[in-house]
Design a binder for this molecule. Structure first.
Ligand code: ATP
Length: 235
């Protein structure tokens, strides 16, 4: 098991966003967390990467309790986070954004990391001197993913990579996620686009208002009448 989340409770002030959720991710998997707006998907990713402090429960990465470890240390340990809305550094160039992603990487590994990211995202190579704020939404998503990959994560947390992208670009981004996974990176994918997420994931958890309501193999969830009715648009 690369990641175990046990009984995680997160509150924002008086509001409890996660009421004690448990799930796990095995090495090599793509696991997706799906659910409606406000279900707590982003909060779950933030708690794993140390950006919010849980009020209860544990996050265990490769057997080590990281619940109280600081965010930059968690990046160094091998967890990359691509946040919702990309959050690229709009005033920096593509190349400078990628440099920022590499600040925890071992000295001397930058050129090699850059080569790998440019092979994966040729468009970033073409646009390496362009200011990131002027990239299209899809290009910004690629940049946010490339920036996270510069740190060579073992586990990649992706928060709604499909948000605001055209159907063609969504296809392209999901193909890239599959390739990244095929090359050995474990992926925890948060999505509102349940259809696409279930089509590439091995397993899935459905989050409903801070609780896990359904879990199982992605192929089984695609057939589950509750999932079909609530998340796949079946009437
Ligand atoms: P979406 O798909 O809309 O991003 P989500 O499933 O990712 O939703 P979260 O963003 O994790 O959901 O939010 C879970 C709950 O926590 C929501 O009720 C939200 O309003 C609340 N919440 C999230 N961030 C904060 C914050 N910084 N302060 C207060 N409440 C917050």
């Amino acid at each position: 098991m690369i990641l175990e989340v046990e009984d995680l409770v997160v509150s924002y002030g008086p509001i409890e966003a996660l009421h004690g959720i448990s799930f796990s991710v095995e090495e090599g998997e793509i696991v997706t967390l799906i659910g409606a707006n406000g279900a707590g998907k982003s909060t779950t990713l933030r708690a794993i990467s140390g950006l919010v402090r849980p009020r209860g429960g544990r996050v265990v990465f490769r057997g080590r309790d990281i619940t109280r470890v600081r965010a930059h240390e968690i990046v160094r340990m091998g967890i990359g986070h691509v946040p919702e809305g990309r959050r690229v550094f709009a005033n920096l160039t593509v190349l400078e954004n990628l440099e920022m992603g590499a600040f925890t990487a071992p000295a001397g590994s930058f050129e090699q990391g850059l080569k790998r990211v440019f092979e994966r995202f040729p468009r970033l190579r073409e646009r390496q001197h362009q200011v990131a704020g002027t990239l299209s939404g899809g290009e910004q998503q690629m940049l946010a993913m490339g920036r996270a990959l510069m740190a060579r994560p073992q586990l990649l947390l992706l928060d709604e990579p499909s948000m605001g992208l055209s159907p063609i670009l969504v296809q392209e981004i999901f193909e890239i996620i599959k390739e990244i996974n095929n090359q050995g990176t474990t992926v925890l994918l948060v999505e509102q686009n349940a259809f696409m997420a279930l089509s590439i994931a091995h397993r899935a958890y459905v989050l409903e208002t801070g609780r896990i309501a359904i879990s199982g193999r992605a192929a089984d969830l695609q057939q589950d009448p509750r999932v079909r009715a609530a998340y796949l648009g079946d009437v």
